[in-house]
Write a protein that binds this ligand. Sequence first.
Ligand SMILES: NC(=O)c1ccc[n+]([C@@H]2O[C@H](COP(=O)([O-])OP(=O)(O)OC[C@H]3O[C@@H](n4cnc5c(N)ncnc54)[C@H](O)[C@@H]3O)[C@@H](O)[C@H]2O)c1
Ligand SMILES: [Zn+2]
Length: 361
Amino acid sequence: MVRVTVPVPGRSYDVTIGAGLLPTLGDHVPSLPGATTAFVVSDRTVADLHHRTIAGAIEGRGLGTVLLLVPEGEEAKSLQAYGSLLRQLAGREAHRDDVIFALGGGAVGDLAGFVASTYMRGIPFIQIPTTLTSQVDAAIGGKTAVNLPEGKNLVGTFSQPIAVVADVDVLATVNERDFRSGLAEVAKYALALDEDLLATLERDPGPIVRRTATVLEDVIARCVAAKAGIVAEDERDASTRLVLNYGHTLGHALERLDAFGGRTHGEAVALGMVFAAALAEARGLASGLRARTERLLASLGLVPDGELPPVDEVLRCLRLDKKYRDGVRWILLEDVGRPIVVDDVSDTEVAAVLLEMGASA
Ligand SMILES: NC(=O)c1ccc[n+]([C@@H]2O[C@H](COP(=O)([O-])OP(=O)(O)OC[C@H]3O[C@@H](n4cnc5c(N)ncnc54)[C@H](O)[C@@H]3O)[C@@H](O)[C@H]2O)c1
Ligand SMILES: [Zn+2]
């Protein structure tokens, strides 16, 4: 078991990572003297797998539990699901000292966190992430959100959980494609922020790909530590936190243009990192980075393939990015572990790299 603190001033909390944590959940969360009920927000799949275990552990701490089910995947992040959860809380007379447990992937976590941060102007919540993506990324850092028909994550808050418990055993049932999608985020941390992690993955990617518990614990803890440091410095996404978006600028555009390949988030980010590496090299930074990135991704089962959208479509989509203001901001690496934010990349440069990667004009 490893414990990583997210040292956000005034609201710091622990992330506990390890095997077999759910049955002893009560030992890994702070005590909640005023709480009478724990509201467990989850989806059908995850609740069927784990609700009984965590309800037992929570009840062992003297709290009642109520399970609140939400739709699976991205559908959870709707205004309708948000409104429905608020009304269920009010209907059950949830009070400000009660607590919400978000049991599920990033979608459940984003929704439950948003509900917790707005119901009665905010009640405590605990993240129990159950996918690799949510254990290394979504559950850490306090960004909560739901989607609008107009776009993803357009409504939300910055609101930190009081604890995060990541049990690596639950990852056994995550499907292969979702797991690999999470590995793309792991690769992001390794390339952009943690050279030791990169060295570990390059030495032998086998154990992580096979989901060996001890290695998962170590790798997830390092990703969490990398994110924790950055979130503590820049909770509200004003500056340094941007580096967590390595590979995501192009990645988001590719996801939105998913008529061209239907990529998962992780697959799109993987391609985004290859693109960023190629762009860095074209600018005279980071020689050999593209080949190294491709090797790493391939060893994790992420061979970026599928057709790229035409260059014009990508450029148009980049301009629509919600983070676009006076220009698209790219995170590039001067070398592994050394991210910089660059805002003077011209359309011509982007187009040249895309063409070189096989996109049509
Ligand atoms: N808040 C943040 O900082 C942040 C960061 C990254 C991603 N996100 C958000 O996270 C969401 C993606 O999260 P995700 O990749 O975890 O997917 P997800 O939450 O959409 O879950 C995908 C599927 O996995 C299933 N599942 C979850 N845990 C399982 C388990 N242990 N075994 C079997 N099946 C399981 C779920 O039922 C669901 O059907 C997106 O909405 C994204 O915007 C948020
Ligand atoms: Zn991501």
